[in-house]
Design a protein around this ligand. Sequence first.
Ligand SMILES: Nc1nc2c(ncn2[C@@H]2O[C@H](COP(=O)(O)OP(=O)(O)OP(=O)(O)O)[C@@H](O)[C@H]2O)c(=O)[nH]1
Length: 399
Amino acid sequence: MARENLNTYLYYDATDGGGTMGTWLDSARHHFRCEHIEPLKPSTYCGMSIELIQESDLSQGVDFSSYNAIILDIELESTQPRISVILRSFNPDYSEAGNVNTAQHMVVTLRRQDLDQPVTVGFNEFSVSEWWLIDRDIPRSFTLPDFNNIVVIGIDVRDRLGPGPHDVKLKRAALTGPWVNAESWYLGILATWLIGLVTYLVVRSLHWKSRAKGNEKKLKKLASRHRELRGEAQELKQRSERDSLSGLLNRLGFEEAFERMDTSLEAPVAVILIDIDHFKRINDRRGHAEGDRVIREVSSIISRNTRAQDILARWGGEEFLLVCPRTSLAQAFQLAEKIRHCIFSANYFADRPLAVSASLGVAELKQGESFTQLFNRVDECLYRAKGLGRNCTVLESEG
Ligand SMILES: Nc1nc2c(ncn2[C@@H]2O[C@H](COP(=O)(O)OP(=O)(O)OP(=O)(O)O)[C@@H](O)[C@H]2O)c(=O)[nH]1
């Protein structure tokens, strides 16, 4: 404690009827002597007190509570085996202002050999003096040492003083303690824990955010893949229902389209079966590729003569089937003839003309009739058209 001009005083029992006398050897250096000068009288106490009070107010001492020990460098020239170090704490709950004897009396006993070098005395080694508790009739709640407001530090050579002078010099007293006090330490731990928790939560929430983002991306990717696949499936379905050479419906596509049609609502439903005449010859004379081209040409001629609600399919190699809803036999016949005329009058081979004609059969769907029954009938008409010399149309009623 780097404190100058502290109030120091000696106490000894000669002032109280005892035989012990205390004298200063050098009060500025806290150096004093105790002697039992009247052996017939008892020797009960002799020591030095240093007041740590501020502005002469006994109730205002020094707070030792943020330290945990005091380092004492005491020079002892004495035959006494022990000395006592005393701390007194003022607390208005049990102390009277201005009366140092009412401050809590805490004591620790040090052996002579402990004092060969500076000694560190932990505050937990101090205990409250029994005599003080009894004298002051202190309640149990105040019997523990209290270091909040130390007003006096003292050294006592204790009672039953042996002969000869007993010299004591307090060379140094210093408080020592942890780098941080317990309260700050726990606050630090709590703050670290809270920072850790907040950091953890922030990191977790960022992690979940990025995961959610990743999931969102994956979901978008999946949705776009789903769209692609749906498109591909649609394309495949279309391809499976279409003839690759002519682009018209194939048999599968025709069957699905015909099934979708409500024939009773669409009645009368007429059917025209078209077959290119002597197509083998075209192939033979002009080659297969040219034959293909003729199939495409004929397909587009028939297409151009149909309505959106009609169903047109390439039924076989050079055979086409056309279903016309809400079309009477007479109308279908007219249409068939028109198609036949268009096929026949088209110019397929500019350089070396070759006549291309077609035979057609026309029939009407009867109530309750299956498609196969209808087809057999229209096929029969076509067969008859072929028999009649080709390049003509046969209407079913004609037979
Ligand atoms: N170039 C080409 N030829 C085909 C295709 N499909 C079928 N053919 C040919 O068409 C010909 C059909 O011959 P046929 O069934 O005897 O009939 P046709 O020669 O037209 O005689 P009729 O029907 O009796 O007038 C066969 O030679 C087939 O090889 C095709 O996609 N392209």
